[in-house]
Design a protein around this ligand. Sequence first.
Ligand SMILES: N[C@@H](CCC(=O)N[C@@H](CS)C(=O)NCC(=O)O)C(=O)O
Length: 375
Amino acid sequence: MNQLRSSRLPLLRIQPGPSTRYLRAAAIKLQVNRLSSLSTPFQPPQTRAHIERRSMSTNRDVSKWSDISKSTFEADGSFKRKPSSFRDFIQKGGKFEPEKGRYHLYVSYACPWATRTLIVRKIKGLEDFIDVSVVSPHMGAHGWPFASADAFPGADNDPLFNAQHIKDLYLRVNPDYEGRFTVPVLWDKKTSTIVNNESSEIIRMFNSAFNDQLPADRAAIDLYPESLRKEIDEINDWVYDTVNNGVYKAGFATTQTAYEAAVKPLFESLDRLEKILEGKDYLVGDQLTEADIRLFVTIVRFDPVYVGHFKCNIRTIRDGYPAIHRWLRKLYWNNDAFSSTCNFDHIKTHYYWSHPHINPHRIVPVGPIPNILPL
Ligand SMILES: N[C@@H](CCC(=O)N[C@@H](CS)C(=O)NCC(=O)O)C(=O)O
């Protein structure tokens, strides 16, 4: 009782009534619980920075960046993608040396940008060099959750910190981080930081940084060969703007004008790609390059998601673009790097569930059946 009296806890006031005895017992139990949590005997010493970091990452309201339904759009109703924030490189002699097992890749199977990195990791045979964790496709108010927060089939827990969401990793690196909590994230276990969160740069690193340590046949695979760089850069440029990002610009537009300003160039670019791919297996030269990988991740999502969810419905790939369709199916059915990294359940669930501002009832359409046609 002495302890009770000396505590600063306000005593609960209980009005007399039929269940007074039950309430009084509950109130005493509550006081005791509060006291025992106050008198925890030993707390491991923590640095001030540690305490601040923890409280910043847990208490600060970051929903403006984590919750896509709170996104603010441009005044003209258009969607503008912000540049990625972490732009370091894995390279010999640099801050981030190419070392087997040092780096961890956080991805979503739903995300086209993240899937680029999975495809290149597989093509280059880097599975033993860089381990991967997959988030749940339900990107909600806190952004991307790990399985511990949302046990979706195929999702993983965070093996490094048991983080509940991708945002926890960003805030661990920088408690003041102001930006979107995107995947992919390439994480350095040695210095506990994010090396890079820009897929176009991660795939370049995977293409060459580990070559010295890879078997000769894998090291020889070059998805960005010197002789084709100019052509690859040129095609990447307009494909990024009008196709990869074009589907998002159409889907996230909040005015008719902004929507049409995105959907028309998108289909003009598909028409252009159709011509390029007539009688060809690859976009640039006669070999698989990063240009194919960067386009593939958008095209494989096109009929199952972008046609309906993002209103990119002037034509479908399967009915409107025979050359693109053949190129898509050849990559998917003939190369395991493309099919094994493609999870249509995660893809469809993510888009239709995660954008309630577009699809308020979160109903996932059943079709198209099948998601991708046989060759
Ligand atoms: N430029 C980045 C874009 C990555 C990106 O936007 N990822 C999306 C998923 S497809 C994301 O994580 N969005 C979370 C958000 O915006 O809150 C890259 O290519 O790596």
